[in-house]
Ligand binder design. Sequence first.
Ligand code: CU
Length: 138
Amino acid sequence: MSSFRLMYLAGLLLAMQLSSALAADAPSLGPPFVVPVDADGVQRATVTLDSYSYSPNHLVVQSGKPVELTLTSVTTITPHNFVIKELSVEQDVGAGKTVTIKFTPTQPGVFPIYCDKRLWPLPSHRDKGMEGRLEVKP
Ligand SMILES: [Cu+2]
């Protein structure tokens, strides 16, 4: 094989890797999921964690009412977490585990949700698309 042909193939491979990396940079935000308010006034929802996604990943809640999220991991090996930095939420979720978190957002706003786990030197899970959004309505 000529060196020109090898360079052409290498370039093709690089282009393929770049395009897949770019695709991973634009995680799709799902339809807004309005978290229902239970009779006791608590807004409850279940979020499924997988590699590398949250489902649903676009949660809408009301300000001033407690939020209780059941985080269920469906992975067999990879640990994940659930971070909403602005609300001081940071919860590890081991592979196959389910944990419940409770917090009360007091300010309306739009806050990123993400997983900051990473297996160095690979990109973080957030970089691989494991992120979402919490919308807090007044
Ligand atoms: Cu993760």
